[in-house]
Design a protein around this ligand. Structure first.
Ligand SMILES: CC(C)(COP(=O)(O)OP(=O)(O)OC[C@H]1O[C@@H](n2cnc3c(N)ncnc32)[C@H](O)[C@@H]1OP(=O)(O)O)[C@@H](O)C(=O)NCCC(=O)NCCS
Length: 182
């Protein structure tokens, strides 16, 4: 995959990252309320320079990922504000399952943007031939868990097989899309 076609929803655009997004991405990944749930790489982002390095790595990696894996920016159509990011990754250790993850700048929480973007990227991933997607969340990450359910994901269990920590696992299949609450 060289680049993903831009995806649109009523309120959002999902597009590839660009390194020039660093200042706009910092309020997402530089926010403690967001980074605390994410990888050490993200927890180390405290300034635009660090954000640029992370985006550089994401942009470089994107063409070499196994489709539909990728990382995307989520932009509000109304005013062009970069409200967050999405990622679809192959879960370690076997890299058979794809994990969907959402990240919003804290002042964009509470509007349904993660749900809207999550549904759209899931539909796109299913169009690529994927039959199921997973989300994993720490038990205390209640907002992430609520979003997973809103998208239409179902709880399938608890595991320590990914990332060496105990996580709640959610799954969505094509027929589940849109089954969650609004
Ligand atoms: C997880 C995260 C993306 C959820 O953000 P969010 O805004 O709560 O998510 P949603 O898009 O599902 O929005 C739901 C909220 O918007 C409200 N909402 C308003 N309009 C809505 C609409 N059109 N559709 C759905 N929800 C709507 C809902 O009532 C709900 O509000 P509430 O939380 O006050 O009950 C955000 O908390 C975050 O970035 N967390 C840090 C990163 C993280 O943990 N990511 C997950 C890793 S597993």
């Amino acid at each position: 995959m060289t680049s993903t076609p831009e995806l649109r929803t009523d309120r959002l655009i999902i597009r590839d990252w660009d390194i020039s997004d660093a200042p706009a991405a910092l309020p997402v990944y530089g926010a403690e309320q967001v980074a605390r749930w994410l990888t050490p790489e993200i927890r180390a982002v405290h300034d635009v320079e660090a954000m640029r390095s992370v985006l550089h790595a994401w942009v470089e990696a994107q063409p070499n990922l196994v489709p539909p894996a990728g990382r995307w920016a989520v932009v509000r159509r109304e005013d062009g504000l970069l409200v967050g990011g999405l990622s679809l990754r192959q879960l370690p250790p076997y890299e058979e399952d794809f994990e969907l993850s959402w990240h919003l700048r804290p002042d964009a929480w509470g509007y349904g943007y993660a749900t809207e973007a999550g549904r759209r990227i899931s539909a796109w991933a299913f169009d690529q031939g994927i039959e199921e997607l997973f989300a994993v969340a720490r038990p205390k990450n209640t907002r992430a868990i609520a979003t997973a359910r809103r998208i239409g994901m179902e709880w399938v269990g608890e595991t320590e097989k990914y990332y060496d920590s105990r996580l709640q696992v959610f799954r969505i299949r094509p027929a589940d899309l849109g089954r969650g609450a609004p």
